[in-house]
Design a protein around this ligand. Sequence first.
Ligand SMILES: C[S@@+](CC[C@H](N)C(=O)[O-])C[C@H]1O[C@@H](n2cnc3c(N)ncnc32)[C@H](O)[C@@H]1O
Length: 218
Amino acid sequence: MADTDTAAGHMDAIYRSQRHIYDLTRKYYLLGRDRMIAELNAPAGGTVLELGCGTGRNMILAARKYPAARFYGIDISEEMLITARGNVAKAGLTGRITLAQGDASSVDTTRTFGIAAFDRVYISYALSMIPPWRETAAHAMALVKPAGGSLHVVDFGGQDGLPGFFRTGLRAWLAKFSVSPREDMEAVLAEVARGAGARLEFARLYRDYARYGVVRRG
Ligand SMILES: C[S@@+](CC[C@H](N)C(=O)[O-])C[C@H]1O[C@@H](n2cnc3c(N)ncnc32)[C@H](O)[C@@H]1O
């Protein structure tokens, strides 16, 4: 099988060159990430997992905001992880941020990190790139601690409140990177919450440019 035929190979092909300009360019259009980090409220001594951590940008900001928590990141792309490891080292956070290659839809975190469940799990602009995204959302919920744990998701919305030309142009641009906004994200997270006996808080941000959901266990 050619390398690009696998999910990991496909992501590596996209990010091999993009990773060098990723943080600079994406800060203008991956909106809602900072709000999600601000509202993580990671407990002291707690554990936080990011699925699809990319360059480590979110983990570094979150690790600074919650200095008593430990952070774990999974990404399928070794190319992205090269940049993430460099960024984490530059930030002086190698002792608090652990990174590993894995598939968010099925990762066994006990085997990878020795941790079965986390206080916080978050997924930022990755569900829109993962074909089995519904299964990934359900898997992420299974990795949330039963007592007081939460799952946080931010990603592209349907852009329903934005002008048609903007929406069409953005969709075409995103398709170049294999990004598909998940129109039924709210319904899927509601189902995940129901299945876990948890409750969902959901918001459409910036005229539905982005969608943001938090599933909280009791
Ligand atoms: C748009 S980037 C977002 C990166 C980061 N979460 C952020 O907010 O800046 C999507 C990331 O998801 C990763 N990814 C895609 N499919 C994945 C999968 N099945 N498992 C884990 N990571 C995946 C990509 O390699 C990429 O790093």
